[in-house]
Ligand binder design. Structure first.
Ligand code: CTP
Length: 405
């Protein structure tokens, strides 16, 4: 494969030397395009030696070969690592004032960027808006990781390790194993109104559902994400041309949206935390102390949405549910008991796949990391994952792919 590696001006440029080495060792033809600034960190001879190709930063070199567009046209993949805040802004605006800029405009190949900058610059609304635009255009991101930054600071902004960028880059080249599949994912937590300002809700942030949506889109699926009360920040990672988002509030709204989506989907993943009960009566005005003491709320049971979807599933459709299980009281986890409870839940709901997720006060909900076991048909463990919610999402889609074959 022809791979262009754009290197921009950050200290992490030295790590990209190793990235180029990994790519050439794997048999790829690599052309490095540093920016002028990048050359202040790692010099031209290093890039030429490591890539075994001539390296230039300027659109005025090698004009006879129309190098300013030829490299982009011939590329099967373009990686920008590190991608500084400045380069990300230039990419968003489509600036073409150097060879990397023209190459990025001339290419139709997948583009993978590995941002690297200080946490403040990464979190700045300008950078976040640029990232959202790039994602919506199909640019893939690796990182940034949370960790030590130049100057002794720490936070999000550290460039991912070369091995991780290498893996993500090759994944971008591989045909997606969800190509052509239509999937529906629910995310977040429902809110059942008590009065105009209060509700019964839960602590689900929607992060796991968002990770499932973007993972599926990047693997080729058309995704409908039904988001129950998910914040903009969480939804930001799902910006992708193949992800469509519908916002819902209550369990009844979620049910209606999922039923409609399921009618057109090859796989349905219910990652949303659905309220099992709703107040029987919803006051149309805010309840006050003057309206009398409120010591109890009468509840009615909500339908089990995923059980209904499984009952009415289309031929060949794969239905995935989650089981959020808390460990035994007293802190001791009886693993056998927990798994048996999960298997009973899988049978009761009639779902093909059940993702067993142990939640406590500091795991699962709201947190970035997760540990799950995945039950397939008959309750057999067909996968497991521990790590980021994106890792968990990957393992879940792996299980769906196996079942759809
Ligand atoms: N779910 C659903 N409709 C409901 C409740 C839950 O579709 N009314 C789905 C969730 O989206 C999740 C799965 O069912 O995929 C498991 O939810 P969980 O709360 O663990 O199970 P419950 O059926 O509520 O069982 P219990 O609370 O008794 O453990």
């Amino acid at each position: 494969m022809n791979i262009v590696v754009g290197v921009t001006g950050g200290i992490a440029a030295y790590k990209s030397v190793h990235l180029v080495r990994l790519l050439t060792k794997a048999g790829h033809e690599v052309t490095v395009i540093p920016t002028e600034d990048a050359l202040r960190f790692v010099g031209l001879p290093t890039w030429e030696a490591i890539s075994r190709h001539p390296v230039t930063t300027s659109v005025h070199d090698d004009v006879a070969k129309v190098r300013h567009v030829a490299l982009g046209q011939a590329a099967d993949l373009v990686i920008v690592a590190p991608a500084t805040a400045n380069t990300i802004a230039k990419m968003t605006a489509g600036l073409a004032d150097d060879l990397l800029g023209t190459t990025l405009l001339a290419t139709t190949a997948p583009v993978v960027i590995a941002p690297a900058m200080h946490a403040e610059m990464w979190q700045h609304p300008a950078t976040q808006a640029n990232i959202a635009t790039l994602r919506a255009r199909g640019v893939r991101l690796v990182g940034p990781a949370d960790g030590e930054l130049a100057g002794g600071d720490s936070g999000p902004g550290r460039m991912s390790e070369p091995e991780e960028i290498f893996t993500a880059a090759l994944a971008a080249l591989a045909p997606g194993d969800l190509d052509g599949l239509r999937v529906a994912v629910s995310a977040g937590g429902t809110r059942e109104p008590i009065d105009p300002v209060r509700y019964l809700g839960n602590r689900s942030s929607g992060r796991q559902g968002a990770a499932l949506a973007i993972e599926a889109a990047e693997r080729g699926a058309e995704v409908l994400l039904v988001a129950a009360n998910v914040s903009h920040d969480v939804l930001a990672i799902t910006q992708h041309p193949r992800v469509r988002i519908i916002g819902v509030g209550t369990a009844a709204e979620l049910s209606a949206a999922m039923r409609e989506a399921a009618g057109k989907s090859d796989a349905v993943v219910m990652a949303a935390a659905v309220a099992d009960y709703r107040p029987v009566e919803v006051a149309d005005r805010k309840l006050t102390k003057e309206s009398g003491p409120l010591t109890s709320i009468a509840l009615a049971e909500n339908e089990d949405i995923v059980a209904g979807l499984a009952r009415d599933r289309r031929e060949g459709q794969v239905i995935v549910a989650f089981a959020a299980e808390t460990p035994e009281a007293g802190g001791g986890v009886d693993d056998g008991e927990l798994m048996e409870r999960a298997r009973r839940k899988q049978q009761r709901k009639g779902v093909d796949v059940l993702v067993v997720n142990e939640v406590g006060w500091d795991r699962g909900f709201e947190s970035a990391d997760n540990a799950v076991r995945i039950l397939g048909p008959g309750g057999a463990v067909v996968g497991s994952a521990a790590g980021s919610k994106r890792d968990v999402a990957g393992a879940i889609w792996d299980a769906v792919v196996k079942l759809s074959q």
